[in-house]
Design a protein around this ligand. Structure first.
Ligand code: CO
Length: 225
């Protein structure tokens, strides 16, 4: 006999569909054509790359509606050149949706960043968290100089966002679209779970682009094999 799912679980699960019907009703009450318009096309100005953490809901913290932000989330908001998923999202967002802003948003108390600070074998997470250990290595002097462990953890969250922004700026799609149109601009943010506030790290996009193009310039499209 199949095992019956616990009833408390199903109540919570079914509630989602009830919530969904209420959400539809609230949207159509304000605009009868809301879903008609939503189905026709998407034209978001923002591409948001954030952490999968359930406490950081992208649209909600930015106060943006359906259709207003293209979203990618993974553990610790990483932008890896070998991750086909994030690469496809950025390429599509930048080249085809023509987003004006690319945001990498980290958050304090990030479990992924915390895990990368532990001297432990984490199985399948090892190659993923290696990217954060690499951020630590790049900024070892600054981080090791912070004696307070919580402050060091917070700073690594910020530096991880900064380095993932650099990874976005290394991409051909971002460099080429920026030359053509002046967009996208890349921004680094940190979300503070304790206050709900977003902090803009105010990274100097133009300077980072200029600095990294010394080595990562991918703007020449006439390269011949
Ligand atoms: Co996180």
């Amino acid at each position: 006999m199949p095992v019956e799912a616990p009833s408390f679980n199903m109540t919570t699960y079914n509630q989602i569909f009830e919530n969904n019907r209420k959400w539809v009703a609230s949207k159509t009450a304000l605009d009868v054509d809301f879903f008609e318009k939503l189905a026709s096309d998407q034209n978001p100005e923002y591409l948001y790359i954030g952490c999968s953490d359930s406490r950081v809901p992208a649209n909600e913290i930015m106060g943006l509606d359906s259709g207003e932000v293209f979203v990618h989330r993974n553990i610790a908001n990483l932008v890896c050149a070998t991750d086909l998923n994030v690469m496809a999202v950025i390429n599509y967002g930048v080249r085809y949706l023509d987003v004006k802003h690319v945001i990498v948003c980290g958050h304090y108390n990030c479990g992924g960043v915390k895990a990368a600070m532990q001297p432990k074998d984490m199985g399948i997470l090892n190659p993923w968290l290696r990217n954060i250990r690499d951020v630590y290595r790049l900024h070892k002097e600054e981080l090791n100089a912070i004696t307070n462990e919580k402050q060091r953890y917070d700073r690594l969250v910020e530096l991880n966002v900064q380095e993932q922004c650099v990874n976005v700026i290394k991409l051909a799609s971002v460099q080429q679209e920026y030359i053509k149109t002046g967009y996208p601009i890349v921004h680094g943010w940190v979300f503070d779970l304790k206050t709900g506030l977003l902090k803009d790290l105010n990274l100097d996009f133009e300077k980072i682009l200029h600095d990294i193009q010394e080595i990562y310039d991918l703007t020449d499209t006439n390269w011949k094999r």
